[in-house]
Design a protein around this ligand. Structure first.
Ligand SMILES: Cc1cc2nc3c(=O)[nH]c(=O)nc-3n(C[C@H](O)[C@H](O)[C@H](O)COP(=O)(O)O)c2cc1C
Length: 355
């Protein structure tokens, strides 16, 4: 099926979800423009999920996606849903001491509260009945895909390699995000090591397109009409864009973060586990370098929860040195402050027969 009919949109452009940094304003703006706005539910309690879906419905009657992280345990990572290890907490707190002090906040006390349970998040997301549920870090269980379909919800998964794309298709998803290494934020690998086999979009997109029979949405490094046109030329059915939208005034990113996206260069970003414990692409700053130098980093998700305490304060202070400056390799192509302008620029690259 054509991606536009599948998602119920006019233009095959998807706003990537930003777990922890999504905004209702940005999601609704992209959906209203004729694309698919996504909202990242990472770390949100079920009541927040219900409230956000209601807010989105107040802002737009058009389709939107809600995005969940599956409870995946990567190599060297903590078990999802399990309690945290005290010794690991002590080591991580010691390693982060300077950063807490610089932000002027106390480290979180032991025991650290875990993330909301996935099953409860899922229940709330399904009950909200968005047009689309998208998942990262694995293949959603068959009963989840079936239940989504029973409710008329389309399901999208994300792949960083051809075997991951095949596994998602076998798992019954309706479309696949082919996530190239260029992309911002966490690299959603689940069969491959996220730091090995760093496949870029130019190679990944056509190979995923050849490997599966369902629509493919290209993500990573696309920020203007040229990137969109290239993705379609490689066989993609749509594109998912993050950084260029994150840089706009409708986004929830702090102003200093948005400004850094617009001035970054392609070579400046790195994949790093320092801030969250899981490999993610962003700009190396003082916080990243300090954690690298001090060591003692905790595994995901504990490290992300701990750094979140000083990151929240840094966002209030407008202090970029203590933020997670997630952005992709095409950040330097992000010039617009308004998400509607980003959307028009991207839409100009969609081939006429798909627009
Ligand atoms: C701050 C931030 C948070 C993100 N969180 C998520 C997430 O929770 N789920 C997800 O599927 N993708 C997430 N992503 C990836 C984006 O949705 C998108 O796929 C990616 O940014 C595309 O690459 P680009 O930035 O080069 O356009 C995140 C990206 C950023 C910048």
């Amino acid at each position: 099926m054509d991606l536009r009919s599948l998602l119920g949109v006019d233009t095959p452009i998807v706003l990537g979800p930003f777990g922890g940094m999504s905004s209702v304003a940005l999601t609704a703006t992209v959906s209203e423009a004729g694309g698919l706005g996504s909202f990242g539910l990472y770390g949100l309690a079920p009541e927040r999920i219900t409230a956000i879906a209601a807010e989105l419905r107040e802002r737009t009657a058009r389709p939107f996606a809600l995005n969940l992280w599956l409870p995946f345990q990567g190599l060297g990572e903590g078990a999802p849903g399990a309690g945290f290890d005290r010794a690991e907490y002590d080591r991580a707190i010691a390693g982060l001491a300077d950063l807490f002090a610089e932000a002027g906040v106390a480290p979180p006390e032991w025991p650290v509260a875990p993330l909301p349970a996935f099953d409860l998040q899922l229940e709330a997301a399904l009950a909200a009945e968005p047009a689309v549920l998208s998942f990262v870090f694995g293949v959603p269980p068959t009963e989840v895909v079936d239940e989504a379909h029973r409710r008329g919800i389309r399901v999208i998964g994300a792949a960083t390699t051809v075997p991951e794309a095949r596994a998602l298709e076998a798992g019954g998803v309706d479309a696949i995000v082919a996530a190239g290494v260029e992309g911002a934020g966490h690299r959603p690998s689940f069969l491959a090591d996220p730091e090995a086999g760093l496949v870029g979009g130019l190679a990944l997109i056509p190979q995923v397109v050849d490997a599966v029979g369902i629509p493919v949405i290209a993500a990573g490094g696309i920020a203007d009409r040229r990137g969109v046109a290239a993705a379609f030329a490689l066989g993609a059915d749509g594109v998912q864009v993050g950084s260029a939208f994150l840089a706009t005034r409708q986004s929830a990113a702090p102003e200093v973060h948005r400004a850094r996206i617009r001035t970054a260069d392609a070579h400046e970003t790195i994949l790093t586990r320092t801030m969250s414990g899981r490999a993610a692409r962003g700009l190396p700053n003082h916080a990243v370098r300090t954690i690298e130098a001090r060591g003692g980093r905790a595994s995901f998700p504990l490290q992300n929860i701990l750094t979140g305490v000083f990151r929240r304060r840094a966002a209030e202070l407008g202090e970029p040195d203590l933020l997670s400056l997630w952005m992709g390799q095409a950040a330097g192509l992000a010039h617009f402050d308004d998400a509607t302008e980003v959307f028009s620029e991207l839409a100009a690259g969609v081939p006429d027969d798909r627009a």
